[in-house]
Structure formats: C-alpha cells, structure tokens
Design a protein around this ligand. Sequence first.
Ligand code: NAD
Length: 505
Amino acid sequence: MSKFEENLKTAETYLERFRKEGVLNRINGESVAAISGETFESISPIDLKHLADVAKGGAADIDRAAKAAKAAFPEWKVMSGKDRKKLLHNIADAIVARAEEIAFVESIDTGQAIRFMSKAALRGAENFRFFADLAPGARDGKTLHAPNQINFTSRRPVGPVGIITPWNTPFMLSTWKIAPALAAGCTIVHKPAEFSPLTASLLVEIAEEAGLPKGVWNVVNGFGEDAGKALTEHPDIKAIGFVGEGKTGSMIMAQGAPTLKRVHFELGGKNPVIVFADSDLERAADAAIFMIYSLNGERCTGSSRLLVEASIYDEFTAKIAKRAAKIKVGHPLDPDTIIGPLIHPIHEKKVLSYFDLAKEEGATIATGGTKVDGPGGGCYVSPTLFTNANNAMRISQEEIFGPVLTAIPFADEAEALALANDTEYGLAAYLWTADLTRSLRMTDQLEAGMIWVNSENTRHLPAPFGGVKNSGIGRDGGDWSFDFYMDTVNTAIATTAHKIPKLDG
Ligand code: NAD
C-alpha cells in the first residue's frame, strides 16, 4: 500500500466519528446540539461530499455559552500562575499525542496538504507551550516612583472573551488566539468558521481531557451573521479577538459598539515581496514561491504581489513561472501534494473570477490561470502567475487568497517603496536585497506590521504579529497578547504625609 493509500485509510478512521455523531457545540463541559435543533452541512473541498452535520448555533446558544464562561471566570482567573502553566503544558502534550488525528481531520476539512497540516498541528502545541511559560508572569507590572508616592501596576484578565476564527489553518490559528487568553486568565467562547468546524471540536475536547475546568472554554458553531454576531453583541463578553476579513471586522466593530467591546483584529493582506537585482535571486525565488504557493495561497501573510527590479523582471518572472508550473496540485493526503483544493466552491469561484479579470485588465497569465481536474473533482486551481501587470489593477489591489501571484516591475528604490505602500493593506512585507543600508532605509518606510528581510515568513513567537492600515488592530505574540486580554491597573501609595488641600479653610 502506498503512503497515500495508507493516509486515505487512516483519515477514514478519524472521520468516522464526525460522520456518525456530527459536530456538536461544547458548553460548560458538555457536547450539546443547538437549542433550535438545527444543523448545517460541512462538506469536504476534495469531492464536495458530506463530512458532518454541524450544530447551527444562534443567539440562544451564544447566551448559554457566555453565561457558562461568566460563571467559570471567578475561579479560573485566580488559578495560580504555576498551576496555569502546568495545565497549559498538559494541553500541549495532549495536542502532540493527537497531532496525527488533528492533521488528517484538518486536511480533509480544509483541503490543505498534509505535509503542511502535520506541522500546523505541532505548531498549535508550541503556541500552548509558549503561553504556558508566560502565564506565571502575566499579572506582573511595573513600579513607578514619584517623590511622594510609589505606583505599581498589575494586570487582570478582562473577563470572558469571544474568539472568532477563519477557515485557513483553523486549528493553528485558534490555538494562537486561545492559548494567550487562557494564560491571561480569561474564559472563552469560540466561534469557529462555518467552512471548517471540525478541528475546533477536537481542540476543546483535548483541552478538557487535559484537565481544563468546565465552562472555561466553550465552542459554539454557526454562521457569522447569527452566532458570530450574537457573540460580538453579548454583554457578558468583554472583548473580541477576531481573525478574518476586513469587512467582517468592520461589522464586528459596529456590532460591538453598544456594549463597548474591546476588539483585536487580524485581517487581510496584499503583501509585497520586493526583489532587487543585487539579492540572492535563487533564495528570493524560493521564498516568493513558498510564500504564495504553500497553504494553497490561503494565507494572510502570503506574498501575493511580486515587485521585481525592471532589469531582472523578465528573467525572474520566467523562472517563477517555470517553477510554479511544476508544483504538484493534488489530493491533500497525497504526501507529494503541495496545493490541495481550495476551501469551498464559493471561494473557488472567487479565485477563478480573478483569472478572467486578469485578462480583462490586460495582464498576461504567465502560468496557471485554470481550474484543475483534481482527484475527487473538488475545488482545485493551478498555481498562477500574472505578469505585465501594474499596481492599479484589481489583481494587484484585492486579496485573492489563493495560489495566485501578480508580478509588477519597478525602476528604482523610490518606485519600489511607492508601489509596496500603494495598497489599503499593511500586514507583511518581504524585502530582498544585499544592500544593508538600503534595507534599513526601506524597512523604515514600508507600511507593514511585519517585515522580513532576505527571508520568508519565519515566526519567532515572542515577536509581535499583526498589521497596520486595513490589515489589523492590535498585536499578538509575547506580552502584546496580554495587553489585549488583560487590563492594567495602577495603585498609588503615599510615602510621605504630603499636604492634602483642605477645602474648608
Ligand atoms: P471571514 O471574515 O469571512 O470570517 C471569519 C469569521 O468571522 C468566521 O468565523 C465567520 O463566521 C465570522 N463572521 C462572519 N460575519 C460575522 C459577523 N457579522 N459577526 C461576527 N462574526 C462574523 O473570513 P474568512 O473568509 O473565514 O477568512 C479569510 C480572511 O481571513 C482573509 O481575509 C485572511 O487574510 C484573513 N486572515 C487574517 C489573518 C491574520 O493574522 N491577519 C490570519 C488568517 C486569515
């Protein structure tokens, strides 16, 4: 039996429970159907066939979950840092123990290649370990001396929080949002994306089996416009950590306004990768290819705009086109597959529409630009490169969120910078040059929350993660996560019998 056939068999063993039992909500430590009894269907992007019936939560389910999170908060927030650290490490251990199951379920549910999902499952465990180690210091603050007083600050968890996640690498992303919230002492109501609900139910189950008390973490499935909206409007939910599209973020801001919801947004990007002629062109090509064609191009930090110095534009884009054409599109459980099917026919339709648009706008499709008849007949598209493009085209401005790269030439440093910044987004930017002084000049002016020089996106978990402009509000990572999930409180103690004004003479 080939490894691929073996993978298909293994996946079936993990999927059986979802086919039989469906996906339920998890509220106060119990798996429950939606109060309405309604379900929605989750399909696999591989063959568009039924995967599971999923509880279709709404406002009543969110209310139940928010009340459970509120009831669990007083006890959870006072757990010692030492115990919290131990528990979060236990969750990480439990994720590692079930990493294969998580990776297989995620691959089938999202269409992401198994080679990337096995790493994403382990990265989820790493996220828990990272925040576990920070938990004992989460409440710490500063001491600030004044002539007549000592001020000291401390941090307190804000209360129950809502976490709303998208469908691209949902498992890893959920851990990235949930682990710091738990480390801070918040309780949680999680609303996973409706296109990819499976691994969220595994994650909460794993956490509770590892010892997480009931009600600390609740999961309500459902659609954005009802379950998601109700979560953002619920008065017991003090903050919303959201990852998704900008237009959804703006709705969440409006929905949360009446209850003065604190928000943290990780949104979309149209991230430039700028390649100067003096750079190591082989490495630059490797990185550009990796950052747009891995994870099906469904990646917020994907390098979707390739800005190339004019003197090497033809040669460099020809090289990318040739290499992209060789990337294997196939079944996500095939160990050789790089690009699996896109998440859903609705998203596939959107990505395909940009192939037509590129032609209408006068760009050249240097490679790809077609639907692929892949195994199962699902949402497969070819790795694509548009050349002869300019930055004003919609293919250069809009987030396509697929394996689709638009290449634009630039004449000099000033133009490279202007093109890179000429976008509503500002999540990530990648710069390739051998000139150190230029890299310092450019990084000082690039409008992006995260900039990598001579590198693909390699994450260092203590470093801040987030975007500027329409790519986000707030930062995750290290202590920045605690700034969002916690309130800072200042206490001032008089150290002298200073003069207090007497108002009655
Ligand atoms: P989306 O905004 O459509 O949905 C995200 C989540 O929001 C889903 O759970 C959805 O149900 C929910 N939602 C929808 N409407 C809502 C409403 N009115 N109120 C509350 N919740 C609502 O995004 P998507 O299509 O699932 O994900 C792709 C997007 O996510 C891309 O733009 C991508 O760049 C972005 N993303 C950003 C990052 C980052 O870190 N910056 C990471 C991953 C994905």
